[in-house]
Design a protein around this ligand. Structure first.
Ligand SMILES: *Cc1c(COP(=O)(O)O)cnc(C)c1O
Length: 377
């Protein structure tokens, strides 16, 4: 039996088959591969009792050092971090206000957001009772539209950094300036905007009052952990609303060993050689290009940029000259094959790609073989 067969035994025991996730760190396909060193650290930490508030503060200090923020907190995924961002700006750390959530009567409860930044995770904001106030028309937004959106009930301005999101929102530093002129905090979702590792500091540098990153994506920490960084008073408020305290964040508990796991993963992540990592992904992508370049009507390229392809991807574009099965037919055939393969398909409807992030060499060979099989069918 291959090593992978052994590793997968616990899944097979209950009838679950391993898949190949060529889609990147997609939660629905397993997220990311936990670092073995992180599992070791978690294993040891799991049998030692500590006081959780003290642990959270200490972990927050490490996050603060790494991000350049005043403070930090380990949240339950980036999504849990969004809930805590909203709770912090709506209720602060006043127990009377915290205990009334998600009823926001009498509280500042409006979160301003670009219409082009509306995303499936914004329910994390409204789940604490906040109301989203949209600005812009989806295609663009003018400074006056932001100005006009502020009211006596504005709790924050939200800003999203994510692949395949419109770049036509007002520039981030401008949004920070307008918000800060009114004493309004800016809360940022940059969950999947790593690498590059410089992004860990970038949004804080540019004026973010709180920013979240996923701990279970590029960082390869515990899948259920998130990184919240920001202003000391807001992080204190986020922590007050979170477990172990019995307020709205209590349902998103982070275990002590997950806190240790996230911190150890984050430390390893920032020490890694990003250039070497990128070259490794590039090399994997070139294997895909080399294998498929001869197919007439399909353009295969390695894409890597600071917005949509944060790590190199091998992207296939189905041109008008393509005579074979459609992109969606190929995607479906791959996802129903053996093994099931899930491709990257967030971009244009005539494109799909291989994100090498979760693949080993054996997986990559399988992906290339199956892709070729389905394309020439
Ligand atoms: C992945 C993602 C999240 C959620 O992150 P988790 O760590 O899985 O909770 C939130 N926002 C955006 C933009 C994401 O890409």
């Amino acid at each position: 039996m291959s090593l992978k067969g052994d590793l997968a035994q616990a899944y097979r025991d209950i009838g679950v088959k391993p898949i190949i996730a060529a889609s990147g760190s997609t939660t629905a396909y397993g997220g990311s591969r936990l670092r073995p060193e992180v599992m070791d650290a978690m294993n040891r930490a799991s049998n030692v009792m500590v006081e959780i508030d003290e642990l959270n503060k200490a972990a927050g200090k490490v996050i603060a050092e790494i991000t350049g923020a005043e403070a930090g907190f380990v949240s339950s995924g980036a999504a849990g971090g969004l809930v805590l961002q909203a709770a912090a700006v709506v209720a602060g750390s006043d127990p009377i206000k915290m205990s009334q959530l998600p009823n926001t009567e009498g509280l500042k409860n409006e979160i301003i957001i670009h219409r082009s930044h509306r995303f499936p995770y914004d329910q994390c904001y409204t789940s604490v009772g906040a109301r989203l106030v949209e600005i812009g028309d989806g295609r663009r937004c003018q400074p006056w539209q932001l100005e006009a959106a502020f009211s006596g009930r504005t709790a924050a301005v939200a800003y999203l950094f994510s692949p395949f999101v419109s770049r036509r929102a007002l520039p981030f530093p401008e949004v920070c300036e307008a918000a800060h002129a009114r004493g309004v905090p800016v809360i940022v979702d940059a969950a999947s905007f790593l690498p590059p590792r410089v992004n860990l500091r970038r949004f804080i540098d540019e004026g973010a009052d709180m920013v979240i990153f996923s701990g279970g994506k590029a960082v390869r920490g515990p899948q259920g952990a998130g990184i919240l960084a920001g202003r000391a008073d807001l992080i204190e408020a986020a922590a007050a609303n979170a477990s172990p305290h019995q307020f709205i964040g209590r349902g998103m508990k982070v275990a002590k060993e997950e806190v240790i796991g996230l911190i150890s993963a984050l430390r390893i992540f920032v020490d890694e050689d990003e250039e070497a990592e990128t070259e490794h992904y590039n090399e994997m992508c070139r294997q895909v290009v080399d294998a498929l370049i001869e197919l007439p009507g399909i353009r295969v390229t390695v894409e890597h940029d600071e917005y949509n392809y944060l790590v190199p991807h091998a992207m296939l574009k189905f041109t008008r000259d393509w005579k074979g099965p459609s992109r969606d037919e190929v995607l479906q055939a791959l996802s129903e094959g053996d093994p099931q393969i899930f491709m990257h398909s967030l971009g244009n409807p005539d494109e799909m790609g291989v994100d090498p992030f979760n693949l080993n060499e054996e997986d990559l060979e399988t992906v290339i073989r199956r892709l070729h099989e389905e394309l020439v069918k």
